[in-house]
Design a protein around this ligand. Structure first.
Ligand code: GLN
Length: 484
């Protein structure tokens, strides 16, 4: 059963070939068996099984949606009522959320089961899942390598079949990059498509939740649940939500694929480049045409992001002060000392680095030189995409410059780590939807992801383009060895 996709499990549940309780139990057993991956921060089997029992009752009454009874792993960034919600940080290591994030609430309404909370980089800051207070997550494809980050726990869980699907969040690549490194299908929706209410904020103008699954069809089922306007999130967009499964099979004959020349230059591993070329050739067989496009400001995306994201983070993270909730330092002399010690002890190195950079960039003397300048660059980057989409329907390229790197390899070199997101970050800056889908393996057997970038709010087109490719390839079906 664990090898089945969400789509297949959904059918099996409806046909009563299996119950949600049995299914949930078998995934909980796998989570326990493969604990060494460190994919989960919290599991609460009694709670998950109680939800499964309720789902079985719904199924018995014929009240079924596609996700009723399906266990889903939730990134530990989503507040989940009654569950420890840590965001991968010591400062929230004792925080039991008193309410559900909208995303969690929507999965609950759909009758899905919360299988557990997945490990992640602290406050979603990272590309390797090594900044988590709960320790690094291992990549099931080679446990000496990273699964990517920040949604590394979700990625490892789905890749090792410890969960049929999971949620992730993507501020600069954290759904697509781990999906790429673990052979998954990950979708970052357009900014505003999925509610951020109850999703612990990192950089509010960039953060977006989305699905991490094995196939585009499964991602479509997940997005059907996650997408939609939420009055509790002022940046959520009130636009109609289509049924994302409806357009999966549409013909892609005549599709114009834009290949940005800047994405195929220095820094791209030859193995990755080869796999992307082969994927594009496959698309041509399906009737697509290829045009070269240019995103001239691509090289500015990382410096722009590393001013804006830390600036927003420094403001968002000011709420963690030990006074209201979360960790509080033990010995302090007065209120100020309590704040200082709590934050010094509660935050890890990467988070502190970002708070310092962000505070500096926002300070009176430097605001114009850094923050304002970065906002202008952001506009130019978005404009590049607008122009590129005049001559193509979908942009394609690599998701990451290399396959999974070794645990420890980049942890002392923040800039090398930041460069892992070179192809993904500009998509967040522009607010566009982006996807990563399995597109091959390097000679070491590590997965390679193809990135698809679409027009605003056109997630259905991306899912359609991804699905057509998955009908003629089997990369997404490959499973890491040792998890059978
Ligand atoms: N790796 C990027 C960062 O550390 C992006 C993280 C994310 O998308 N949450 O900021």
């Amino acid at each position: 059963m664990f090898e089945k996709t969400v789509t297949e499990l959904s059918t099996a549940l409806r046909r009563k070939e299996i119950s949600s309780v049995e299914l949930t139990r078998s995934f909980l057993e796998r989570i326990n068996k493969y604990r060494e991956l460190n994919a989960f921060i919290t599991v609460q089997p009694e709670r998950s099984l109680a939800q499964a029992k309720a789902a079985d009752a719904r199924i018995a009454q014929g009240e079924v949606g596609a996700l009723t009874g399906i266990p889903i792993a939730q990134k530990d960034i989503f507040c989940t009522d009654g569950w420890l919600t840590t965001c991968g940080s010591k400062i929230l290591s004792n925080f039991i959320a008193p309410y559900d994030a909208t995303t969690i609430d929507k999965f609950n309404q759909a009758g899905a089961i919360c299988l557990g909370k997945t490990n992640m980089d602290e406050f979603a800051m990272g590309s390797s899942n090594e900044t988590s207070y709960y320790g690094a997550v291992k990549n099931p494809w080679n446990t000496a390598t990273v699964p990517g980050g920040s949604s590394g726990g979700s990625a490892a869980a789905v890749a090792a079949r410890l969960a049929p699907a999971a949620t992730g969040t993507d501020t600069g690549g954290s759904i697509r990059q781990p999906a790429s490194l673990t052979n998954l299908t990950g979708l970052k929706p357009s900014y505003g498509r999925v509610s951020r209410y109850g999703m612990i904020a990192f950089a509010s103008s960039l953060d977006q939740g989305g699905p991490m699954a094995r196939t585009a069809a499964d991602a479509a089922l997940m997005l059907n649940v996650m997408a939609g306007f939420d009055p509790r999130d002022s940046t959520s967009v009130d636009a109609p939500v289509p049924d994302y499964t409806k357009s999966l099979n549409e013909d892609i004959k005549g599709l114009r694929i834009g290949l940005p020349k800047e994405y195929f230059s220095t820094g791209l591993s030859p193995d990755v480049a080869k796999a992307i070329d082969a994927a594009v050739a496959e698309y041509k067989k399906l009737g697509a045409q290829v045009v070269e496009v240019s995103l001239p400001n691509s090289q500015l995306a990382i410096p722009c992001y590393y001013v804006l994201a830390p600036a927003e983070a420094s403001s968002n993270l000011s709420r963690f002060d030990g006074a209201r909730y979360g960790y509080r330092a033990k010995d302090y002399t007065d209120l100020l000392d309590m704040y200082c010690k709590t934050r010094a002890e509660g935050f890890g190195t990467e988070v502190k680095r970002r708070i310092m950079i962000g505070t500096y960039a926002l300070s009176a003397g430097y605001y114009d030189a850094y923050y304002l300048k970065a906002q202008k660059l952001r506009r130019l980057i978005a404009e590049d995409f607008r122009k590129a989409f005049e001559s193509c329907d979908v942009i394609m390229g690599p998701t990451t410059p290399t396959t999974a790197f070794k645990i420890g390899e980049k942890s002392d070199d923040p800039v090398a780590m930041y460069l892992s997101d070179i192809y993904t970050i500009s998509v967040n800056l522009a607010g566009l939807p982006g996807m990563s889908i399995p597109a091959g393996f390097d000679p070491q057997g590590l997965p390679i992801g193809l990135q698809l970038i679409g027009q605003y709010f056109n997630e259905s087109r991306l899912l359609n383009v991804a699905h057509r490719y998955q009908q003629v390839t089997d990369w997404h079906k490959r499973m890491p060895k040792g998890f059978g």
